[in-house]
Design a protein around this ligand. Sequence first.
Ligand code: IMP
Ligand code: MG
Length: 198
Amino acid sequence: MSIYQFTNPNSVSLHIILKTKLMIQLHDKQFVPFISAQEIEFAIAKMVAQVEADFADETPVFVGVLNGAFMVVSDFMKKYKRPCEVSFIKMASYEGTSSTNEVKQLIGINQDLTGRSVVIIEDIVDTGNTLVELKELFKKQNVKHFKIATLFFKPEAYAKDIKIDYVGIRIPNKFIVGFGLDYDGLGRNLPEVYKLKE
Ligand code: IMP
Ligand code: MG
């Protein structure tokens, strides 16, 4: 490809080539770029600043919800400069590109959280079914504070009244992959977010 082609505004063919290159295929579906790695980093930094301010005199326990939240928890923790602990819980509700409405707990918390300040860290809140299940689980733990942080939030799909304390980025009701989120197992390793091509 020549430099002339690259700088020529009439080079429609190059435009098409670039667009096709940016599109990705996972299993049978195609996805297009949606949210950049920089936007994600900025959103996580904003959430960290809010949580740090709210828990200045405490050592919160961050509870990441697996599988999807592993990447956001990692980046969140690296930016968090005060004392903190981390634990994980494993929940699953999705099959393919839609929620099954039935949330299963696959790995539980094996730590005593009595009197502790817990901040749930989610990759994405969609219908809110997972949050309902989590709230129910933590009711029995006698925690001091129970807060919820999520990197992505789909307000149009959210059907519950549980307050979400920290939201990174609000997105329309689209299926997304990347930065920990998957389509049937694939796409979690992408450093930026893609949405299903319409
Ligand atoms: P909820 O229980 O419907 O709020 O869904 C929460 C879980 O569903 C998330 O933690 C994800 O694992 C999964 N999920 C929801 N929306 C998406 C999406 O757009 N892409 C990939 N996974 C999603
Ligand atoms: Mg999740």
